[in-house]
Design a protein around this ligand. Sequence first.
Ligand SMILES: NC(=O)c1ccc[n+]([C@@H]2O[C@H](COP(=O)([O-])OP(=O)(O)OC[C@H]3O[C@@H](n4cnc5c(N)ncnc54)[C@H](O)[C@@H]3O)[C@@H](O)[C@H]2O)c1
Length: 355
Amino acid sequence: MDIEKLQRFNSAYEGEYPFLQELGSQWARSKPLEGFRILHNIPLTRETMLKLEPLYLAGAELTVTHLKLPGLAPKMECADLLREAGADIELDHDRISGEYDIALDCCAQIPSMKNVTIRRGYVELTQSGTPAYSKLNTTLPIYSLDLSKLKCLEGMFGTGEACVRAIKQFIEPELSGRKFVVFGYGKVGRGITRYLSREGAEITVVDSNPTHLEHAAATGHATERSAGSPTLLEAINDAFAVITATGHPGLVQELFSPSDISDDVHLINMGADDEFGEGFPISRVAANKAPLNFMLDSPTVMFFIDPIFAAHNRCCEHILAGGASGFTALPAALDMPVVEAWSKRYNIDVSDIHY
Ligand SMILES: NC(=O)c1ccc[n+]([C@@H]2O[C@H](COP(=O)([O-])OP(=O)(O)OC[C@H]3O[C@@H](n4cnc5c(N)ncnc54)[C@H](O)[C@@H]3O)[C@@H](O)[C@H]2O)c1
């Protein structure tokens, strides 16, 4: 593998990634993964190339593949570059076989690769991998990035920033004084309200969890219980836009008929599923019901994902050191200390993640 070729490619990247850079410098010296076989399965993007560099510098024998999801194509310029550099890259999961020490995974796809055996442990990047990994019958360590405060940097701040950036780019650049109804005050909803507030927007938060509504009220937002009430409908029809981020498919349609909602109100989905419901025509919801930030060139800016990618890689050292057994949270040393370092570096208040 010609690591310098990858490094030249990465040096042209515009954006900050100090956590991965620091990891690369450390691992280039200590080579902690020398001779260990790693299977790497996350979306193959420009940002993923930055994540791969420290793994190569650490001496890992990597096989790189791409997350298998309908409609999610790998960045071919990245695949080509890796091939030219002599990397072991195989985009077809069915053609991957053999024994690996560590699985660096996303959406729990590696355990279902029929011809692959993992000898030492797994690291899962997303919430979507939780059901499969929490049930995997193994005593090997399985670290879940989703079981961490660190993941909030992406899900809460990164997605919130991206949602507001997408609204300004695709719907309306001037948000000051505009009214929004935001369904869901979890990680994503809190991030969205945080960035909307900075634009001077007025927000009504809707949630089914009374504690979450109390938090929203304490932050200064109007609140509504998630029910088909006249006051909620009035807030919706008085709003510039409704944004959904609950993880509950078809939620809005369960509460109101599509015809109850004025055509003037913008409808924006940020959830992975269609949270408005089939009764709402696809064209009625921004981005044809896809999460609005997916329309952006950078659905999440690198500086939010950088520490998470670095932690995903760093879990390899924890696996090789032994320790955890079965499905478990991110090692404590990779969680709050990293959140605090990120917060300090960028002077960003992260107190919202403690709820
Ligand atoms: N667009 C993106 O880039 C992006 C990124 C991360 C997650 N997501 C998606 O966003 C959605 C929310 O994710 P999250 O991490 O914030 O989840 P979360 O579990 O942290 O928060 C969900 C919130 O919705 C509330 N809720 C649940 N059911 C509800 C209902 N029926 N009515 C009103 N409120 C309800 C919950 O009480 C909670 O406050 C998921 O679909 C997730 O996959 C999107």
